[in-house]
Write a protein that binds this ligand. Sequence first.
Ligand code: SAM
Length: 211
Amino acid sequence: MGRLETERKELIEMLRSKGITDELVLTAMSKIERHLFVDKMHLNRAYEDSALPIGSQQTISQPYTVAFMTQALKLNKDMKVLEIGTGSGYQASVLAMMGCRVFTIERHLSLLNSARKMFESQNLMVASKGGDGTVGWSEHAPYDAIIVTAGAPHVPETLVNQLKDGGRLAIPVGDRESQELVIGTKINGKLETMIVEGFKFVPLIGKNGWN
Ligand code: SAM
């Protein structure tokens, strides 16, 4: 077994030890090679539990954050998931590897183009588009789940409207420096939420985000 594969296995064990139990999430994260999504200069750090730069002043999220948010969505194969903030394409690839039907939006077209190449090279079916994800992607709504991978000033109502009843939303909300993770379930048209502290994201910029 190569060094990177060993490191990936160790990362999965670390996620288990930190309370990630969803086998669908863990299996997908053990298959998606995170080192392919980071700059070559950060190759040695690809399986550290940290966010890393991916260009355009953006980051690939920390593996624990990816695992925690994905687990919080309680996903099954074939569920329709919208991701706001494609970034490197790592999170979307994990979702696609889980068997979900993935739609993802990114405002930086250079990042989107690299992410599309990653989807292609891994043979993963992911629908993607460039633009402001804070308005969602109404053509494919409603979604079983929506995951926002950048920090918002508030929960955009538009995204709640594009969730199915019973659908789940994971979104970091706070100020520009620190956020708490809001995990919501849409029940009878309203979002019932719980809050988890201790996450940090780049800002969500757009009509229903930051200026
Ligand atoms: N999910 C990504 C991954 O797996 O690499 C990490 C995403 S990074 C933490 C957040 C991303 O959200 C950035 O790429 C940023 O450009 C993007 N973003 C910020 N505001 C956005 C918006 N309104 N619409 C779409 N993408 C946005």
